[in-house]
Design a protein around this ligand. Sequence first.
Ligand SMILES: *Cc1c(COP(=O)(O)O)cnc(C)c1O
Length: 346
Amino acid sequence: MRKQATIDLRSDTVTLPTQEMIEAITTAKLGDDVYAEDPTVREFEELAARKFGKQAALLVPSGTQANLISLMTNCKRGDLVFLEAQSHIYWYEVGGLSAIAGLFPWLIETENGAFGYEQLENAIRPKNIHFPEASIICVENTHNRHGGTIVTPSQLEAISQVAKNNSLKLYMDGARIFNAAIALDCDVQALSRHVDNLMFSLSKGLCCPIGSVLVGSTSFVEKARKTRKILGGGMRQAGVIAAPGIVALEKMIPRLKEDHNNAKNLAEGLATLRGIHINLSLVQTNIVTFDVDPSIIDDEEFISKLAKQSILAALQDKNKIRMVTHYGISKENIEATIAVAGKILS
Ligand SMILES: *Cc1c(COP(=O)(O)O)cnc(C)c1O
């Protein structure tokens, strides 16, 4: 029997560029972007800024670097940064905000990733000789570790009100911001208008091979360009990265809906299986997280049995398994995944 092609649900970062992206890469007009002379990068950055209703944008190599650049640009060493307790910046970026930027993280726990107005207002530390100076609030949208949950425009508005009340900046780690916009069926500007600056990823659901983008005011982006340089992120003929980015912004956003439908079907199917616990209300975009009952099967054993059937899932925490839908994952793949999981658990 022919071995089944791998169904890789570990992350949407595994997506490969489309044929159209490959063609865009091979035909892109190039120049030296450190001299601001790459026409494709300039076109892409203008397009990205317009898309978000902001003045300017900056192409950077990764989401991790985008977040670090933003923090270093918005804050000064020793400042306090308000972060959601499960945020990607806190969990998965090697502590760069402290190790490199000299910043002090202050965590606020939330139920599903979005700060509430009162909760946030109460958590803000007033000016006091004993405290570091607070400079920024970071929101994550969609929220990765909470399972791809959305921070809505009205929640963002409330958060931005708290930021204004306290003279703090508001930054959005919007690695998957287009997933939020598509799930809400709103323009991405309904989300971006509430924040001072934000980043989004090209290399996740949008299928580009490389890249993230910072978006904000002209003065923010000018400073960020310099911060990118000090971190070694100045790139030369970066049009090869920007060219598929243009394809992504023009063509790849509406199809995220398919990923959301697949995630919903996957979650509903898994929820019927013995030993799997899923909170379906948290399956709002393309991420499905669930617990397996350890008395039935150990989490790592479950993942390795799936892998033997060419289905890859990720272990997020003890007993917390994550599956992410993306370009290239079909309805049939979802059905196969539910069927195989059912067999392993029966
Ligand atoms: C993936 C991700 C990042 C980091 O992006 P990389 O390109 O992998 O460095 C940052 N924030 C969130 C919410 C992410 O999901």
